[in-house]
Design a protein around this ligand. Structure first.
Ligand code: IMP
Ligand code: MG
Length: 175
């Protein structure tokens, strides 16, 4: 399946996730970590990143949906599935596929902070250029990209293309 032009190739993604995992391993040395994937987009990043984290790690998932059109978020986030685990007193690493407006992650961070984790940080594969970004602190960012709509490696357009092993730019003619 082709989806426009390859923006970030498989090997580049693998190398960057390895670096991020090594950084996380160093930063949390001596601690245990709860890695929280934000479904559905983060499933691939989470699986590949986690393989480079050498710590006692547990996993949990949240599922959210942002109201909005297929390619634009409205900032209204609905929690479809909450965490199974309690996070009070634990070190939590949220894993996302992409931060665009930042509204989704801002909402999640605020919600989860109320539960008093020992710490909560964000790792995301992509940070998209966005003039309207709300300020969010991204502790681990894979790549900064331009404002174009991307698919692959967990990211979808209308639920398709998540299985592409690379990040591609969806071109108008392939929509
Ligand atoms: P936000 O604008 O930072 O709240 O991003 C919300 C969500 O929009 C992300 O978690 C993605 O699911 C989705 N999203 C934003 N930009 C893209 C894109 O380029 N491709 C696919 N999904 C995207
Ligand atoms: Mg998402």
């Amino acid at each position: 399946m082709e989806a426009g032009r390859v923006l970030i190739g498989e090997e580049e993604i693998a190398a960057r996730l390895r670096e991020m995992g090594e950084q996380i391993t160093r930063d949390y040395e001596g601690e245990a970590l709860l890695v929280v994937g934000v479904l559905r987009g983060a499933f691939m990043v989470m699986a590949d990143l986690a393989r480079h984290i050498r710590l006692p790690v547990e996993f949990d998932f949240m599922a959210v949906s942002s109201y909005g059109s297929a390619t634009k978020t409205s900032g209204v986030v609905r929690i479809l599935k909450d965490l199974d685990e309690e996070i009070a007193g634990r070190h939590v690493l949220l894993v996302e596929d992409i931060v665009d407006s930042g509204l989704t992650i801002d909402y999640l961070l605020k919600t989860l902070r109320l539960r008093r984790p020992a710490s909560i940080e964000l790792a995301t594969l992509l940070v998209k250029e966005n003039m309207q970004r709300v300020p969010v602190e991204v502790r681990y960012a894979g790549f900064e990209i331009g404002p174009e709509f991307v698919v692959g490696y967990g990211l979808d357009f209308d639920q398709l293309y998540r299985n592409l092993p690379y990040i591609g730019v969806l071109e108008q003619h392939s929509l």
